[in-house]
Design a protein around this ligand. Structure first.
Ligand code: GYE
Length: 311
């Protein structure tokens, strides 16, 4: 009976609380999905979610967090746009005794400044993408171009590192060019156009690795505009598993993606609930799964399922 009661309390104790959420912006389809799932998860639990869109700017995030502290919210969630520069504002939240939960990206700050971090293993994501390419290419020579995420963000740093780890020792694969596309479709297209120009009209490029699907979708457009076939002439591998990359797989224009769940808020609220119930300290790092999808994995079905989930 005691166990059942505490579960009931743990599930119910967020009802009526106020949680501030400092979101990065809406740079990608994945980000938009995370925003809508977070709002749904808050509503299901009776949480009053104060949502602040930072338009990609850390200074806006810091302002929003200071605003949440001033309002005396019960908890703060933040998706930190870049890794550095958080110590002061996180210390202010700690001094105000407001628990902070990081969503989907990490920070370079002392671990006692946040309750927990809910994110994927981004080094692993890079490794999974890289291993897929190593296997797909075999012994052939392959010049790879890389579209990096936002400079200074943990997913850009870690997805680069993991990919390089997977390619290490496979000297037939080389990363010929690497530049940021800021996780957006338009920048991904623009940077890919530059890569194509610099690499013999694209003829010398064997594969593009994009740190997210949106940049891959932009790159696919650039490849088509250059008169080449994405997915065939140039292999396309990326991360997120948003509906549009499955649509590209159905069209034969994308080869592989690594899934990133947009539901970071669910585990975050569960951890917060347990913590508020009896002071249970959650795991410092709650790690979501990183599953590989290729055109062999029913891309039409995956597209339909995700569309139904509110992406
Ligand atoms: O992969 C990308 C987004 O922070 C891990 O941010 C996240 C990344 C995600 O804009 O699409």
């Amino acid at each position: 009976a005691t166990a059942l009661t505490s579960v009931a309390i743990a599930q119910d104790n967020l009802n009526g609380l106020t949680v501030g959420f400092s979101q990065i912006g809406s740079e990608s389809g994945w980000r938009a999905a995370e925003t809508s799932v977070t709002k749904q998860q808050a509503e299901e639990r009776g949480i009053d979610l104060k949502f602040a869109d930072a338009q990609q700017k850390q200074e806006n995030q810091i302002k929003a967090i200071r605003g949440f502290i001033a309002q005396g919210v019960d908890a703060i969630m933040v998706a930190p746009v870049v890794a550095t520069g958080w110590d002061d504002v996180l210390t202010e939240a700690k001094e105000a005794e407001i628990p902070v939960i990081l969503l989907d990206r990490g920070v370079d700050a002392p671990e006692d400044l946040y309750l927990t971090s809910v994110a994927s293993d981004q080094i692993k994501e890079g490794r999974v993408a890289g291993q897929w390419l190593v296997d797909a290419v075999g012994d052939a020579d392959c010049k790879v171009v890389e579209l990096q995420g936002t400079v200074g963000s943990t997913p850009a740093i870690n997805r680069k590192q993991g990919f390089e780890e997977a390619l290490a020792g496979h000297d037939n694969l080389t990363i010929a060019r690497s530049q940021t596309g800021d996780f957006t479709r338009s920048k991904g297209k623009e940077v890919m156009e530059g890569f194509i120009k610099a690499e013999n009209g694209g003829a010398d490029i064997c594969a593009v690795y994009a740190h997210n699907d949106d940049m891959a979708v932009g790159a696919i457009q650039a490849i088509k505009d250059a008169g080449l076939k994405p997915g065939t002439d140039i292999k396309v591998v990326s991360i997120d598993a948003v509906p549009d990359i499955f649509a590209a797989m159905v069209a034969g224009e994308a080869n592989a993606t690594v899934e990133l769940t947009p539901n970071m808020a669910g585990p975050a609220f569960d951890a917060l609930s347990a913590y508020l119930a009896d002071g249970t300290a959650p795991e410092k790092f709650i790690i979501t799964e990183s599953k590989l999808y290729t055109p062999a994995d029913n891309p039409q079905g995956e597209y339909d399922t995700r569309k139904g989930l509110g992406y």
